[in-house]
Design a protein around this ligand. Sequence first.
Ligand SMILES: Nc1ncnc2[nH]cnc12
Ligand SMILES: [Zn+2]
Length: 315
Amino acid sequence: MYNWLNTLPKAELHLHLEGSLEPELLFSLAERNKIALPWDNVDALRSAYAFGNLQEFLDLYYRGADVLRTEQDFYDLTWAYLQKCEEQNVVHTEPFYDPQTHTDRGIPFEVALRGISDALADGRELLGISSGLILSFLRHLPEEQAFKTLEQAMPYRDAFFAVGLDSSEVGHPPSKFERVFAKARAEGFLAVAHAGEEGPPEYIWEALDLLKVSRIDHGVRAAEDPWLIARLIEEQIPLTVCPLSNTKLRVFDDMSQHNILQLLEQGVKVTVNSDDPAYFGGYVTENFMALHESLGMTEEQARRLAQNSLDARLV
Ligand SMILES: Nc1ncnc2[nH]cnc12
Ligand SMILES: [Zn+2]
C-alpha cells in the first residue's frame, strides 16, 4: 500500500517550510552558522519531539528556526522539502512561511524570501513541481505587526499568491486580523487561515465570514457544529487536514479517533497534508499510510482525497 500511495499524484496544501527542517539539516546549519544548540546530537533533539499540545510544539519550532540565518539556509531548507515532494509524487505544493519568525530576530525580510523563492523556481524548472507561496501571519502577535509584515511584502508582491494565519490559536480568533486580511485582499491576495485545530467552530465561521478565506487549514473541529458542516459541504470549502500533526499535538489522542474519513464520506472536501513533517514523523505519504493503517482507508478513498488536493489548488 505504501508504494501505491506514494506514486499517487497529489498536491500538498498545508506545509510550513520551517516545519520541514529535519534534525540533520538543523544540526548542519547550526554548525555552518556557528550556533550552539542545547541538544548534544540529532537523537537528543528527536527525543524532544513529544508534545502535549500546539504551544509545546511551537516553542520548539521557533527555537529550531533560529538556525536559519542566510539566503542559502532558506534555499537548502526549501530544496530539501521539494526533493521529498519529488520522492512522494507531490506534483504541486502551496507552502507557508512565517516572515515574522525571521524578521523579529533580525533576518531581513528579503533574505528568507529570496532563498525560498529561488528554490521554488528551481523546483518548477528542474523537478517539474508547480508551487505558490503563502505569507502567513503569526496570530499570537498584534495585528499591527501583521500590517507591517504585509507592507514589507509589497515590493515582492508577485512572490506570494495568498496570506495565511498560524501559530497559537486559542485566544487569538480570526476577528483579531479582520482589517489586515481586508487590506491583503484589496491588494489581490487570496486568503487562507488555520482555524478549528485547537480552537472552536466559531473560529471557522469567523475565518469564512470575516477573513473571507478560500480554504480552512485543519478545520477538524467543524465536526462539532452541524450547521457549519452543512455550509462546508454546500460551498465545497476545502479543509487542509493534517492527521499525524493532529495526533502528535493531541487534537485526537489516537489516529483511530480521527474524523477525516467521516468528513470525506459526509461530502466535505478534505485533503491530506503533513503540516510540519520534520516534527510529526512523516510527509504526505506517511499521513495517507496512517489513515490506511488506523482507519482502514481504502484505495478508492485515497484516490478521492488525492483528487480533492488537486482540485483545491489555488494557483
Ligand atoms: N499546526 C500548526 N498550527 C498552528 N501554527 C503552526 N505553525 C506551524 N505549524 C502550525
Ligand atoms: Zn499548520
